[in-house]
Ligand binder design. Structure first.
Ligand code: UD1
Length: 337
């Protein structure tokens, strides 16, 4: 297939592009490089043995998007591009509504104008919020708690409405739990700009000596060791979930939603131990107050994806930590070197 990958230079996008190229698909990456680097695409080409095409543009730029559709003529779109920092979204909500919600509307209009009828969308387990108890099934009540989460939830609604109105449109909504790890080659991985918001990149930078210690946000949750429970999933498993969803889209129209997780939660302290074992480095940490907006536990019921996509996550937390250690050791400053 000819697949347009928005945000394909980013963390999950780059790993998915490697898998797409490996399966013989033609790929055009459209990315504005606002939170990613073109170096990731050079390495994707090296891993896959051939390059993806690349256009540096923002998805919300209708003229650039139209030109990309005219020249590349995609059969399907995988839509990763978007902003994803919860704290930033509460400070700059309109930026999130423009770059996430409005840009997706532009993308859907452009797809319709060019007769492209298949889209896989990067959603997030954040849409479950605290409206129900894990393990979350796809039909669990949703309740996002911040502007970033609201944008994901709104885009899901827009996609469902668009598919209901257009019988030729086929949509896969993938709700990721907590993607971690790196390609096992150590050539591509997560390269957050500034201070990492998420646990694994922060732990990796502490282990590498870039930061002095980790703050554990609360140990008084109703969980076995009091720290938060999350469903950490290897980024290559997430990438392969996209190929499984893409294969299902060809089967028919409508809007369908699948969780991408492992179904097995780990606590913050368990993640620290796993990373210490993989790196051989002790991670100093300090227990501090809960982070506002965090939930005690978030993990997936993964049976629907197993049944309908014939996909399950295969890689362990240990492997994800080992792959992150390899990526971090070979690229101490990420792609900037
Ligand atoms: C966070 C976002 C979520 C987003 C996801 C991916 C929040 C509230 N949620 O999920 O909306 O979809 O990232 O970008 O920001 N932790 C620490 N110390 C740290 C960092 C994290 O103890 O320095 C703990 C957290 O309290 C949590 C766990 O580690 O229990 C995982 O945190 P994180 O990696 O930020 O992911 P989520 O909060 O699940």
């Amino acid at each position: 297939m000819r697949v347009l990958v928005t945000g394909g230079a980013g963390y999950i996008g780059s790993h998915t592009t490697v898998e797409l190229l490996g399966q013989g698909h033609q790929v055009l990456v459209l990315d504005d490089l606002s939170n990613s680097s073109e170096e990731s695409l050079r390495r994707v080409a090296e891993l896959a043995g051939r390059p993806a095409d690349f256009v540096q543009a923002n998805v919300g730029d209708a003229a650039e998007l139209d030109a990309a559709f005219t020249s590349f003529r995609p059969d399907a779109v995988i839509h990763f591009a978007g902003r994803k920092a919860v704290g930033e979204s509460t400070r700059l909500p309109l930026l999130y509504y423009r770059e996430n919600v409005a840009a997706t509307v532009t993308l859907l209009e452009t797809m319709a104008a060019h007769g492209c009828h298949q889209i896989v969308f990067s959603s997030s387990a954040t849409v479950y919020g605290s409206a129900s108890e894990p393990p979350f099934t796809e039909d669990a009540p949703t309740g996002a708690t911040n502007p970033y989460g609201h944008t994901k939830h709104m885009i899901e609604q827009i996609l469902a409405d668009a598919a209901a109105a257009d019988p030729s449109l086929s949509v896969a909504v993938l709700r990721y739990f907590n993607p971690i790890g790196a390609h096992e080659s150590g050539r591509i991985g997560e390269d957050p700009k500034g201070i990492p918001n998420n646990l694994l990149p922060f732990v990796a930078q502490v282990a590498a000596g870039r930061r002095t210690g980790l703050q554990v946000f609360g140990n008084d949750y109703p969980t076995p060791d009091g720290t938060g429970l999350r469903d950490y999933i290897h980024v290559v498993d997430v990438a392969q979930g996209h190929l499984a969803a893409l294969a299902r889209l060809a089967d028919g129209a409508g809007c369908q939603t699948w969780n991408l997780g492992t179904g097995r939660p780990f606590s913050v302290l368990e993640v620290i131990s796993a990373y210490e074992a993989a790196s051989g480095v002790r991670i100093p940490y300090q227990i501090v107050d809960r982070r506002p907006g965090d939930v005690a536990a978030s993990y997936a019921d993964v049976s629907k994806a197993g049944r309908e996509l014939d996909w399950t996550a295969h890689r362990s937390l240990e492997q994800a930590c080992a792959d992150t250690v390899r990526w971090q050791a070979a690229n101490p400053d990420g792609y900037a070197q």
